[in-house]
Ligand binder design. Structure first.
Ligand SMILES: [Zn+2]
Length: 400
């Protein structure tokens, strides 16, 4: 058998390979390494040199596989007395002291994380899921935890629901660049206040308009922290709120319907909520049958489409007139949830009209929301909110 020298694949200059063993059957490469004593030990924290050895230790870490064989490196290292940091682990430029894989394997893992889920990476490298996650999280923390948000002019604030009900994240976006600036747990007044408090007065003063949901805790936080900024209720959020009204009406119509009617209404939720242009061919006759059968559902369906027109107005007076007109139609419908919604709209009219001055379009908001939903689906099983938040930030990091 030819003897391949594994040292050639070993570029870590502060350690020496003292033993190598290959077990073809169990696909395992085993290396034993020692600190290269030609170099003075270095503190892993401050990178200062020290001659004073405190103790000797040993641990085993994973390295890049060689062909299909898992590579393990058992290496010894020293704890040293550093003048600045006290007793610390020496830096061998091989691993980070708390990570169980070599630096080069960690960097390969990060490359894979750009294209695969944590679970897939872990499976591919036969590593523990948590090891992969920790490496990824640490990298994201280093890159995105203390980013400077700059001086954004327009902000968009959205909330996303996590797996458990009543568990939310607040996401703050620089409207003009699409970059996610901040992610916080919850959707309370305190959540948003936390973001504003992290800004300087200059940064807060630079904000001209903020698109948010018609959600009083957010409104209160904005009014308090950025009293000069205009609050804008964008189409995406308002239509989303009306979608809930449609669902309420649909449920009550279902309860009232006879057997045949129930059959038609059943499973029609998304038919009614979907954008007309996005309907599939087979969905069109279903929607037609539904609207033919039920007057209340027809009314809310038409009102939903009509409501969207509101954001086409460029002049505040015209928008105001249209809003009043829409509210009259809603009241005439005599459908209770629709009437209640009209009241809400009137209460929040100022922010809807502000759209004329700050036309914050829905498409971008929807795009960001959809992208986060995809991340959420990929990140299944994660209960680590900080990690999830960092993933969201990194996904929008190129938007500058
Ligand atoms: Zn030190």
């Amino acid at each position: 058998m030819s003897k391949i020298e594994l040292k050639a694949f070993f570029e870590f200059c502060r350690v020496r390979i003292v033993k190598q063993a290959v077990n073809i059957k169990s696909k395992l490469v085993f290396l034993k390494a020692k600190p290269d004593e030609r170099y003075k030990p270095v503190c892993h924290n401050c990178k200062g040199h020290s001659d004073s050895i405190h103790s000797y230790h040993e641990r085993t870490v994973r390295d890049m596989s060689i062909f299909e064989s898992k590579t393990l490196i058992q290496y010894s290292y020293r704890k040293i007395r550093c003048l600045c940091c006290g007793i610390v682990v020496e830096d061998l430029a091989l691993v980070d002291p708390t990570v169980r894989v070599t630096k080069r394997l960690a960097s390969y893992i990060l490359d894979l994380c750009r294209f695969m889920t944590i679970k897939e990476v872990a499976k591919h490298l036969s590593l523990d899921w948590k090891t992969v996650k920790d490496i990824h999280k640490r990298y994201l923390q280093g890159s995105f935890s203390h980013e400077d948000v700059g001086y954004p002019r327009l902000l968009a604030i959205d909330e996303i629901s996590l797996k458990k009900r009543h568990h939310y994240l607040t996401v703050i976006i620089n409207w003009e660049t699409g970059r996610v600036l901040w992610v916080g747990e919850g959707r309370k007044y305190e959540t948003l206040k936390g973001f504003f408090d992290s800004l300087t007065e200059e940064q807060r003063n630079a904000i001209q308009a903020i698109a948010i949901d018609m959600w009083d805790p957010y409104i209160k936080a904005v009014k308090e922290s950025c009293p000069e900024a205009a609050i804008v209720f964008d189409q995406f959020h308002v239509v989303k709120a009306f979608s809930k009204v449609i669902d309420k009406v649909r449920n009550s119509e279902y309860r009232k319907a006879d057997k045949e009617g129930k059959e038609v209404i059943k499973g029609s939720k998304y038919l009614l909520l979907k954008n007309k242009d996005n309907l599939l061919e087979e969905e069109k006759p279903k929607l037609k049958a539904l609207l033919k059968l039920n007057e209340a559902l027809t009314t809310v369906y038409i009102l939903k489409d009509y409501l969207k027109k509101l954001w086409q107005y460029k002049y505040a007076n015209c928008a105001k007139r249209f809003l009043n007109h829409w509210c009259c139609l809603a009241e005439e419908s005599k459908i209770r949830p629709v009437m209640a919604f009209a009241k809400t709209l009137k209460r929040y009219a100022y922010g809807i009209i502000n759209h004329c001055k700050f036309p914050i379009h829905t498409s971008r908001m929807e795009g960001i929301n959809n992208k986060i939903k995809v991340i959420k689906r990929k990140a299944y099983g994660f209960h680590d909110v900080e990690y999830f938040s960092l993933i969201i930030k990194s996904a929008f990091a190129h938007c500058n």
